[in-house]
Design a protein around this ligand. Sequence first.
Ligand code: WT7
Length: 656
Amino acid sequence: MNAQAQAAAPESYAAPQEFIAKAHVDAARYEEMYAASIADPDAFWGEHGLRLDWIKPYSRVKNTDFTFGQVSIKWFEDGTLNVAQNCVDRHLETRGDQTAIIFEPDDPNAPAQHITYRQLHDKVCRMANVLRSQGVTRGDRVVIYLPMIPEAAYAMLACARIGAIHSIVFAGFSPDALANRINDSAAKVVITADSAPRGGRKTALKSNTDAALLHCSDRVRCLVVKHTGDQTTWVDGRDVDVKALMDHAAPDCPAEEMNAEDPLFVLYTSGSTGKPKGVVHSSGGYLAYAAMTHQYTFDYHDGDIFWCTADVGWVTGHSYIIYGPLANGATTLMFEGVPTYPDAGRFWAVCEKHKVTQFYTAPTAIRALMGQGNGFVEKHDLSSLRLLGSVGEPINPEAWNWYNEVVGKGRCPIVDTWWQTETGGHLITPLPGAIPAKPGSATKPFFGVKPVVLEAESGKLIETPEAEGVLCIADSWPGQMRTVWGDHDRFQETYFQQYKGYYFSGDGCRRDADGYYWITGRVDDVINVSGHRMGTAEVESALVAHAQVAEAAVVGYPHDIKGQGIYAYVTLMNGVEPTDALRKELEAWVRTEIGPIAKPDLIQWAPGLPKTRSGKIMRRILRKIAENDYGALGDISTLADPSVVEDLIENRMNRG
Ligand code: WT7
């Protein structure tokens, strides 16, 4: 796909001259800064760490070790700071009356809110005092299960202010998923809302939370934001009306002095094995990295209106709706709704209404909107836009071209940003004034980032300019995750064991003769559904938890809109009839076990699964059949029973 696009399209697309002239970094400056960042990381990050306000300045910059068995990552380790102070208080003098957050509600007829830095300070302090009144102190965990409303930002920053560690659970997750995260992090408090309106429909967050709390300690307090005013149950002594308490709380709250290495948040993400792991991010290094990438990747300047359409439940929302922009004193837009409500022009209506200058979204949204036709875009005045961003999965050239031509009118550089929950911020991305884009490539490394391509099997470093293999990173950067919550061994095993001395991303990639990186997708058992990461093992364990399922194997397959769809092979218990009703029941089952994003797109009844003689499921074969590419199954002679493959091919679900 990428090769074809390169043949049909110009090699690369540089930003317009007038963009480059005003950009923070041009090509020469990128080369110079990148070289400096690699030659002397201590000097480079020592200088750029100063973009934050430190209570006690650091004297040591980088102290990191990727050696398996003793992995340790520390940045600015003797410095102290407060993240909320950096995102709010320090802007009061210079930009107290500037809008920090524009809130655009789900309902297009409801008024937008413009929250200034001064107002943000007031709300964050009040929320922090409410948390303190509930017994939350530094180091405690607070789970946040909220819609995309300003209170989510207040809650994050209130935690940061008092040194509590937040863990946001995406509002689309089920009660079970919420309970698991509350329990794994041993949270003292969960903050939720009555309900979450999205696309004119509502999710009952409070009743989900009630269901989750049945599986948690009785001591967990439930702070409820009355957002829609919907009726909910109320447990006296456990449930607390946050807004009412905020109204009566003091509007000032001293900020805790935190160490740079104190955890700022835990964010659970899916891996190739077992239950989701709690990715731990630091205070100092994370914030410096989120802020710096926000400024440079998006070429953010004072006066810009920055919109990242992600949900704060994902890392993209953490780094590029809240922490990066606010640390930079930016104006950041928070959107409660969905791209297709009230119609497929909503994104463009919001860009026009708020004069958005940088717009950052996911390929899956671009493909879905592209399918609705150009009329929805052309109705709106998008002349405020200066730059477009993409994140979450490789962007296919068709979508890239549409984004470029129809949305950007050929005058907005596109930044295709490759990164992960684990990386805290962009690792491979064009800087728009410096690096011409090639559609489908995340282009080149950010400052301080050393990507390497290794042979997948041997782990050998490929030193030629052109390379294809697995993508690893050779040295640490300040935004890197520090550990897995409560399980440092799992951290080391997941990222540092397979390829010794490197951070292993889990992605495959190709490097071209110009040194551009092309991400080819996950090489592990993780699939990427609409830019959301899903462990196939997680969906499998949900399926086998159903009384009528004996065995299940889940793989990804190409999906026009979602990038990858979820394809499940299910073996039923002896004597159970495979019916359409049961198929529907299993879909609903996975929705309640994990959440709607995990619902299988296709379920194939499999009388047997292809296994080796030692009993290992041969996923390679299942992937091929799911991709409708069963002619190239390769060697199946090691299968215990090769005949199961014929049945699977004959009854395959994806014939497109
Ligand atoms: C995985 C990380 C942090 C971004 C949101 C998803 C894939 C992400 C790109 C891109 C190609 C991408 C990778 C990565 N991915 N961005 N620009 N081009 N692939 O975060 O849930 O932690 O998923 O998303 O496969 O490993 P995540």
